[in-house]
Design a protein around this ligand. Structure first.
Ligand code: PEP
Ligand code: MN
Length: 338
């Protein structure tokens, strides 16, 4: 971190600032040039509160030269993180395909979908039991019963289950879930993130509705700083001025996140686009830019889905998409796990 001092700063004020900075685990280093003076902070600056420094009377500007996240930072952990989920791996050179309905509606719908996506080659099952809906009058999910149905679908197919937590008070219901999803709306629910940091379960963390990549990484840092390093990031589109698609899929985020972090990166083309016909091309693009996993919504009868039917593939469409994904994944040297 570099602190640029105002010209009028006196020696006494600078000494006071340097003294104040010793509260952090850093070494302040004053550099006096002809026209300006700066203090370079050497060491781990993640805990330094940039706004408090900025607020000092003699400080002109503060610049971070190191990212404010440590656990998620590739700089301190060069190897890719590979997350084991019931013997299947996320990250480390394969492509994981998580597929299933937006919402768990009935046992029959969920199990039929699970069997179909497994046959098509999906490696994990998704399904929402707690649904974050824009309207309080829309279907809110089956809750506990939904998780029970997902467990039955796992028993039937062997596919690990991925489902979203919305409220910390439900955490006990997730004991037997394989991956806990944190949705876009809860991406900065720091209390929830910290609690998930204290459990030993993989967390699929989605990018916030208008979240920057740095915010996503700081949310991952919340989980990791509490001890849970099994975090899987998810690009699911961000809100911009464009209304033609539900969100705008930021494909560049995938290689950029890979540069910045060792955590695996998932792409969700369903929520990113909101349009079923865009899922396949966007999923192919996501594989081409190096995603470690995809999360795709599939419904046995999309026109009658209780949520997100317009962005759900039928099992037949999903199977056709999987054929192309398989070829693309092979071509990119990141084959789909069997
Ligand atoms: C979901 O995956 O069911 C979901 C609600 O997605 P998001 O949080 O990305 O909107
Ligand atoms: Mn959905």
């Amino acid at each position: 971190m570099v602190i640029v001092l105002k010209n009028q700063a006196t020696k006494k004020q600078i000494d006071e600032l340097i003294n104040w900075l010793t509260r952090y685990d850093v070494k302040p280093n004053l550099v006096e040039g002809v026209h300006s003076r700066i203090i370079g902070l050497i060491g781990d600056t993640t805990a330094v509160d940039i706004e408090s420094v900025q607020a000092k009377e003699i400080v002109e500007a503060v610049k971070r030269v190191q990212e404010p996240y440590k656990n998620a930072n590739r700089r301190f952990h060069p190897e890719d993180t590979v997350i084991d989920v019931r013997g299947r791996k996320i990250g480390g050179g394969t492509l994981t395909v998580i597929a299933g309905p937006c919402s768990v509606e009935t046992e029959e719908q969920t199990i039929k979908t699970a069997i179909a996506v497994k046959e098509a080659g999906a490696t994990m099952l998704r399904g929402g039991a707690f649904k974050p809906r824009t309207s309080p009058y829309a279907f809110q999910g089956l809750g506990r019963e939904g998780i029970e149905i997902l467990r039955k679908a796992r028993e039937e197919t062997g596919l690990p289950i991925v489902t979203e937590i919305m409220d910390l008070s439900d955490i006990d219901l997730f004991d037997d879930v394989d991956i806990i999803q944190v949705g876009a709306r809860n991406s900065q629910n720091f209390t929830l993130l910290k609690a998930l940091g204290r459990c030993d379960k993989p967390v699929l963390l989605k990018r916030g509705l208008s979240g920057t990549l740095q915010e996503l990484l700081m949310s991952a840092e919340y989980i990791m700083s509490e001890g849970n390093s099994k975090v899987i990031l998810c690009e699911r589109g961000i809100r911009t001025y464009e209304t033609a698609t539900r969100n705008v899929l930021d494909l560049a985020s995938v290689p950029l996140l890979h540069q910045k972090t060792h955590l695996p990166v998932t792409v969700d083309p369903s929520h990113a686009t909101g349009i079923a016909s865009l899922i396949e091309p966007c999923a192919l693009g996501a594989v081409a830019v190096g995603c470690d996993a995809l999360e795709i919504e599939v419904h046995i009868d999309p026109p009658h889905a209780w949520s997100d039917g317009a962005q759900s593939l039928t099992p037949a469409q999903f199977a056709a998409t999987m054929d192309k994904l398989r070829a693309m994944a092979e071509f990119c040297g990141r084959p789909i796990e069997k």
